[in-house]
Design a binder for this molecule. Structure first.
Ligand code: ADA
Length: 578
């Protein structure tokens, strides 16, 4: 399942997940040798979705690799070939022909193949996981450089007239009332004029119907605006959701929305007019056995662990996470911070002015918003993490990113995470400021108070005195199972102590609206024996997780649970014992 609900009732779809033929192209000769037509005979079977690094003998390969599968089409049909996520560069071939190229990693892209003939067809994908100075992320980043087709691949069978997309927006006009707008984009692949009945449903109840005429090959946009009443709002305790279905002739599309408002006032974040205090963790969607091809089953488990911790929010560090995950958050009333993988600690400011970097950043943002626009749980679109926000280049990039987000979506807050709270020049640009600060880990423990004093003063100077502030990262490493009687660095005890002290300090600062602990689970880091980066990551993991990579709790989990739930109850596993 890609979503937690079915996305089509009429449109036939087929998952192409399974074992694909796979081969590394270490010398990058595949294009010259025409592997898109003559796939090498000696290939390995490779699970899709999956990261090749999780297979034996392939752990540290970074570079070009090729995948191939075959599909049988019973009857000639128009097709849509949809990749839900491929890491890095992807070139897709259909029967040897180049369908197109995509750069990214965590958002979907697709190709339409009109009038595909019946019979067997070959799909070949050339992927390149190489990270460089102007890729996003760049080559220095604090997570493992996985490669592969990490999310499902889908083949959809389209009728002559199909729904390209459906976009639903609304304005709350009262507690239970909203003006809604539904835009449906239709595409005709017919060679003659056609007329299709289009119907729109809310929870299976028809709310609009009309016949639409399209010329041969025409794209048409249909916009329906209505005033709705009697709505329930999406809230933490009652995450009311509404299914919206568009049907156009033989095709349909289903999505889900929730009604809520999000705004800021006098340094506070208000959901449905009520002040929020955010209690969260940073979660990488990563696991040592699956890499970024994170299975749905583990998502429910992650969420249960996070809910038991007392969280009402999660930060999706540092890239668009699975749609299934965000669906779960919608259903459980958990608020989400979503971001693209610009990871900037140590990134030279010039890189953020590189036109290729900027274009990639804008495309990633654009694709993330397109994919996730309807999730009520997403409150924050975050445009970058820890870039050099002391520089004019970062300032200029921020403006571009903010403009793009606001032009596409006015129903969420535009945010970022700064690692330069005392010297940042971008403070005045955003709806909410996130601070990443590692007092007690990279800096001495007492540095939080001083940092916050300087930061708050600087906010005033930059016209951000009313901007809400979140502690988006803080913490320290605690190697799972390492405890003792003395608070040694890297022990579970030190980590728990540091988090507890920092959290108490942040919670007593009325100017801070919430905390995201770094991080939920330990994650694989990118260490190489011949490179200098991240040498302090014991076991080649970022050990700042409050659970380890297999989701086993450390002392810090219990301590934070006590703080977040206000129970000081070290007991962690929702017992069935009386
Ligand atoms: C940064 C970064 C995280 C992680 C963290 C750390 O704040 O955003 O991805 O690398 O530091 O552990 O140092």
């Amino acid at each position: 399942m890609i979503r937690t609900f079915q996305q089509h009732r009429l449109r036939k779809t087929q998952l192409l997940d399974g074992l694909w033929d796979f081969v590394f192209d270490k010398d990058n000769v595949g294009i010259a040798e025409g592997w898109n037509v003559n796939f090498p005979a000696h290939s390995d079977p490779m699970p899709v979705p999956g990261c090749w690094n999780n297979e034996l003998g392939k752990f540290d390969y970074e570079g070009v690799a090729w995948y191939r599968t075959r599909v049988r089409i019973e009857d000639s049909s128009h097709l849509r070939l949809l990749f839900h996520a491929v890491l890095g560069h992807a070139d897709v071939y259909w029967d040897g022909e180049h369908l197109g190229y995509h750069f990214g990693g965590y958002t979907p892209f697709d190709f339409t193949i009109p009038n595909a003939a019946s019979g067997v067809h070959e799909i070949v994908v050339r992927t390149d996981s190489t990270l460089e100075r102007n890729t996003i992320p760049t080559h220095v980043v604090d997570w493992f450089h996985y490669g592969g087709i990490i999310r499902p691949v889908e083949l959809q069978f389209l009728p002559d007239v199909s729904i390209e997309n459906m976009r639903i927006t609304y304005n709350m006009t009262g507690v239970k009332n909203a003006d809604i707008s539904v835009t449906v984009n239709l595409n005709s692949m017919s060679d003659k004029p056609v007329e299709v009945p289009v119907s729109l449903y809310r929870n299976d109840e028809l709310f609009h119907t009309e016949n639409v005429q399209l010329l041969a090959g025409e794209h048409k946009e249909l916009k329906v605006e209505q005033a709705w009443s009697g709505l329930s709002r999406w809230e933490q305790d009652n995450p009311a959701l509404y299914m919206i279905r568009a049907a156009a002739g033989q095709d349909d599309k289903i999505d889900r929305i929730g009604f809520r408002t999000i705004e800021t006032r006098d340094k506070k974040i208000l959901l449905n007019g009520k002040e929020l205090y955010l209690q969260g963790v940073n979660r990488h969607e990563e696991h040592p056995e699956w890499g970024f091809a994170f299975p749905n089953k583990l998502m429910t488990k992650d969420l249960d662990i996070i809910l038991q911790l007392g969280c009402n929010t999660v930060r999706g560090s540092h890239y668009p996470q699975s749609e299934y995950w965000i669906d779960l958050l919608d259903e459980r009333g958990i608020m989400f911070w979503s971001e693209i993988p610009i990871w900037g600690a140590g990134l030279p400011a010039e890189v953020t002015a590189d036109p290729i970097f900027i274009e990639r950043a804008l495309t990633m943002m654009d694709e993330m918003i397109d994919r996730d626009l309807h999730h009520p749980s997403i409150l924050f679109w975050s445009v970058h993490n820890e870039i050099d926000t002391r520089s004019q280049q970062a300032y200029d990039l921020s403006i571009k990113m903010i403009d793009l987000v606001r032009s596409k979506d006015q129903s969420r807050l535009v945010v970022y995470a700064t690692m330069h709270p005392m010297t940042d020049i971008c403070l005045g640009l955003f709806d909410v400021i996130g601070i990443n600060y590692y007092g007690g880990w990279y800096f001495g423990h007492t540095s939080f108070e001083k940092m916050l004093d300087v930061f708050h003063a600087r906010c005033k100077e930059y016209g951000a005195e009313n901007t809400p502030v979140l502690m988006t990262e803080f913490g320290g490493a605690g190697v799972y199972g390492d405890s003792g009687w003395e608070p040694r660095l890297f022990s579970e005890d030190y980590q728990a102590d540091l988090l507890s002290k920092s959290m108490k300090l942040f919670r007593s600062d009325a100017k801070i609206s919430g905390t995201y602990v770094w991080q939920f689970a330990d994650t694989r880091a990118d260490l190489h024996s011949h490179l200098p980066h991240f040498r302090d990551r014991a076991r080649s993991f970022n050990n700042k997780g409050i659970v380890n990579e297999y989701r086993k709790p450390k002392l810090a989990y219990r301590v934070i649970k006590g703080i977040y739930t206000g129970t000081d109850d070290p007991y962690i596993w929702g017992s069935t014992l009386e």
